[in-house]
Design a protein around this ligand. Sequence first.
Ligand code: IMP
Ligand code: MG
Length: 180
Amino acid sequence: MEGRIFGKPMITQEEMRKRIQELGLRIAQDYQEKELLMVGVLKGAFVFFADLARAIPLPLHVDFLVVSSYGEKKKSSGAVKVISDISHSIKGKDVLIVEDIIDSGLTLTFLKKKFMARKPKSLRFCTLLDKPQRRKTDVVIDYVGFTIPNKYVVGYGLDYENKYRNLPYIAVLDNVREDA
Ligand code: IMP
Ligand code: MG
């Protein structure tokens, strides 16, 4: 069977591999004396999360929550719905929330409020991609993989209408759509 041809990567697998190794080591240094609980925000973060967790040489804990944001197809409205919550208490824990991409910042702001109310010992955020041009709220992101321009991207966990999550690199949507 002929494979479908995807567009040119915006960020290649090799670039991603290198950057995630760097991030992993930095996080490991910062959490050396702590008990790190990594929380992945699904579905988008599933690929990045798996790679990042394996790049952190610490005995960490993992948990996940599933969120979906209402709004237009390519925009988050900021009204985030938690479809499935994490399964353990975070009280007194050092929590690192792992996201696929920060765009308007509304999802991060929502999660920060929700998690802070549960009294963790510390709370930080890590994202594979940061799209600062569309920010609507002031957010602090502690660990950023790549800062990208204002383009809609897919792959490596990120979707458009639930497709393209399995693309092994990041590409601009218009370059991968069959109907583009
Ligand atoms: P925010 O609340 O606007 O920061 O948006 C965060 C969420 O919107 C992400 O977790 C993604 O699910 C989605 N999103 C924003 N930009 C993109 C993109 O370029 N590609 C795929 N999903 C995106
Ligand atoms: Mg997401």
